[in-house]
Structures are given as C-alpha cells and as structure tokens.
Write a protein that binds this ligand. Sequence first.
Ligand SMILES: Nc1ncnc2c1ncn2[C@@H]1O[C@H](COP(=O)(O)OP(=O)(O)OP(=O)(O)O)[C@@H](O)[C@H]1O
Ligand SMILES: [Mg+2]
Length: 243
Amino acid sequence: MGIGVWSVDIIGYTIIEGNQSPYDYRQTHPEVTVLDPPDAIQHLRNRQSMLQAVADMDLSASYGKVGVPRQLVIKRDASSIPDAVAKSGLTLPLVAKPLVADGSAKSHELSLAYDRYSLQKLEPPLVLQEFVNHGGVLFKVYIVGETIKVVRRFSLPDVSKRELSRSAGVYRFPRVSCAAASADDADLDPGVAELPPRPLLERLAKELRRRLGLRLFNLDIIREHGNRDRFYVIDINYFPGKC
Ligand SMILES: Nc1ncnc2c1ncn2[C@@H]1O[C@H](COP(=O)(O)OP(=O)(O)OP(=O)(O)O)[C@@H](O)[C@H]1O
Ligand SMILES: [Mg+2]
C-alpha cells in the first residue's frame, strides 16, 4: 500500500471529523484527490443507514451467514420506548447507541439495557440493537480497495440468561473499542477465536464496496457464541478509526 493512499484517506477523515462541509473542502482544495465520494462517507454517520447495505445483502453462503442485529430506531420521545420495544419484539438486553456516529465522544457513548423501562432515561435519537452474545471477542475488518486485513479485539462479555433475569437498569459504557486490547495473541477458546472464513469476508467486502460506493472503510463483525457460521456486522466506520 503506497503512502498516497494513506494521505488521501486522512484527508477524507478530516472532512468527516471536522464538521466542515465536504463540498466546501473540495472547492477550496482542487489539488486534493478525493478517493471516496463525500456523500457515501456521510452515509456511515447514521447508524441506521450504515448497516442497511448489510441487511439488504442478506449474505448467506455455505461457509456462513452475515446479517445485522435486529434493531429499532427511536427518533424522539423517550417515554414511548418501553411500548415501542414491546411492540417490536426485540429481545433484551439491548445496546442503545446514539443515532448519529460522528466521531465525537458523546456519539460513541453506548448503554446496555437490561429492562425496557430504564431506556426512558436515555436521550433519543437512538438505535436500540439486540445484544448478541459473541464470547467477548470481535473482529475488526479493514478494507482498503481489494485488500482485507482482520484483527481480533476484546469486546463486551456475554450476558447469561441468569444475569439478565437478575439485573435491571441501563449501564453506560465509554468507547469500548478504544480501550479494547488486541486479542490476537490471547489464549482464547478456539470456537471464539477462529477468524471468519476468508471467502465470506471477501464476498462481504466486495459487495459492501459496491453498495456503499467506498474503498476505505472498516467494519466490526461478531460471531454468535456457539453458532460457528452466524455473523453480525455491528458497526461500519470510514477508515481509519481513531482506535
Ligand atoms: N449488537 C451488539 N451485540 C453485542 N455487542 C455489541 C453490539 N453492539 C455493540 N456491541 C459492543 O459495543 C462495542 C461498541 O459498539 P459499536 O462499534 O457499534 O460502537 P461505536 O461507538 O461506533 O464504536 P467504535 O469505537 O468502534 O466506533 C462493540 O465493540 C461491541 O463490544
Ligand atoms: Mg465499533
């Protein structure tokens, strides 16, 4: 990978993080080569639209199946959340994520809710996502054009049925991925540590490049604990992430 790719990527990242209009930036810096269209990058700032491409794809092959956790968007009115959750049939616990993910610390403050009433304490707009047990390890997949690199990171631990039945409330957690250590050299259960099959990642990356119209991005993918072939994409970021 040439240095050029990285420098252009960092410029793209600055556009997104800096609250500056990408269009203004293009006008004032005609010398800059824009590798990925600003509109497509913007698409990843909204946690609902960022996962839509994966949901539409419904990727299922002999080596595995990739989806997104079931989720519900709450635009306003926190008091409506308990009913909305009951109607949707989402299963607790739920991860609550600010709808907009713009790189600010606040937009990456997530909460884990053990009961639906406590969710009223949170501030919409939010995405409520089913928590998928995944053995406490996630895979970060970096996509640079045709190249794919995968690393393991420690993640949130599983929530047992017993723990769920005994717990209530919402627990806020800071930007997990920033604090998460690499799990690449850890002594892990092989069923948890096994990387997603290469052909699956290649197909996913190829389809996402086409559907998102992007060449530089990374995604967080988890394997449902105890289900070797079942994967969920939980997050897609424009590349590179801060963490
Ligand atoms: N649906 C889910 N099921 C299980 N764990 C989840 C789920 N969603 C998020 N997590 C956990 O929370 C962490 C942060 O979630 P996510 O990546 O969506 O948030 P983020 O603020 O965009 O993070 P990042 O710092 O990667 O940009 C994940 O790394 C994972 O540990
Ligand atoms: Mg993430």
